[in-house]
Design a binder for this molecule. Sequence first.
Ligand code: 3PG
Length: 392
Amino acid sequence: KKTIRDIELKGKKVFVRVDFNVPMKDQTITDETRIQAALPTINELVEKGAIVILASHLGRPKGEVVEELRLTPVANRLSELLGKEVVKTDESYGDTVKAEISKLSEGDVLLLENVRFNAGEEKNDAELAKNYAELADVFVNDAFGAAHRAHASTEGIAHHIPAVSGLLMQKELDVLGKALSNPERPFTAIIGGAKVKDKIGVIENLLEKVDNLIIGGGLAYTFVKALGHEVGLSLLEKDKIELAKSYMEKAKEKGVKFYMPVDVTIADDFSESANIKQVSIEEIPSDWEALDIGPKTAAIYADVIKSSKLVIWNGPMGVFEMDTFAKGTKAVAEALAESQDTYSVIGGGDSAAAVEKFDLADKMSHISTGGGASLEFMEGKELPGVVALNDK
Ligand code: 3PG
C-alpha cells in the first residue's frame, strides 16, 4: 500500500481521517493513546508543508449534533501536543469550512467537527463523501481503529480523490499482517472476553495458524461445560456448547495445543466484596460463578507464553475491572512483559485497557489502536477503509 511517503505533499490540502474516538469524562480526555498514535503522520505532513485537515468521529451520536461529543477538547489537547495552533471548525464540510481552509498556510493544522454529526456518515452517503473530498487534494487514512467501518470519511471519500495510508495505519497493517501471514513459532493466541459469540471468527481463523490456543474469560465456561463439567452461575452460552466441542476437536486434528482453565476463582456474588474461593473446574458449585482463571491456570498460561516467539492476545481472562478478579489477566500481562524473546501483539479494546491498568503498556511489542478493527483483522476479514485506498 502507498503511504504519505510515496506522494507529493508540499502545498497540498490533505484530508486525514484519524481515530480520535478517545474516552472522555466530563469533557476531559481520560486516555490519549489514540491522539499520541496519530502524531507521527500529522508531524510529517506539517514538516513536508501540507495543509492538514483532520477528521474523526467521537462516540456514536447517530447523525445528530450532541454537544458533549464535539471534538473541541481533542483540538485543544492536540494543539498542546503539536506545540502549535489547531484550528477547530464547528462543521465538517461545506462553504464555511472551505472558507476556513482557504485561510490556512503550508504546515497549518485544522480539525473538523465530529463526522458522525452528519446523517450520511455511517450510511456512507455518496454525496457526503463528495463533500469531504471537495475540501482537499488528497485523502490519507490513518484511522486503523475505524478501518472496519465503511463510512463516508473512511471509505466513500477514497473514491473521489487520490487515497493513501498514514504511518499509523501502515504500522498496524504491517505488524498484524506479518503476525498472521508469516508468524514466528511457537505462535500462541490468547482469546478471552465475555462471549464465544463475539470470538467465533477469530477462533476459527487462528485455529488454522497457531501452535497454541489459550482460552480464558467468560467464554471459557462454555468450553468447560462442553467438557462435561457444571459451571454454576458462570457465563454460559448453551447454544454454543456444540461449537466449543467442535473447536476442541479441530484443535486436536490440526495438532494445535488447546489450553483452557484447570482452576478458577469463583464468587458468591458479582461484586468486589463477594466471598471468593479457588476451585478446580470440576468443582464449581451450582450457586457460585467463576469470574477469573485460577492460580494454577495462570502459571500454566505464563509458561506457554514464555516459551512462545509470538503471542497475539485478545480479551481479558476475568473481570479485570474489579481487582479481586484481575489476577489472571494480570498474570498473563506480566508473563508477556517479562518474556523478552516473545513478540507480543495486544488487540485493542479490553486487553489494551488491561495492559494500561497494570502499567505494562511500554513492555508490549505492539498494542493495536483498534478494538473492533484488530478483531476483524484477526478474523481474516478485509477492512473496507483499507480496501478503498486507491494508492494513486
Ligand atoms: C473504536 O473505538 O473501536 C473505533 O473508534 C470505532 O468506533 P465504533 O465502534 O463506534 O465504530
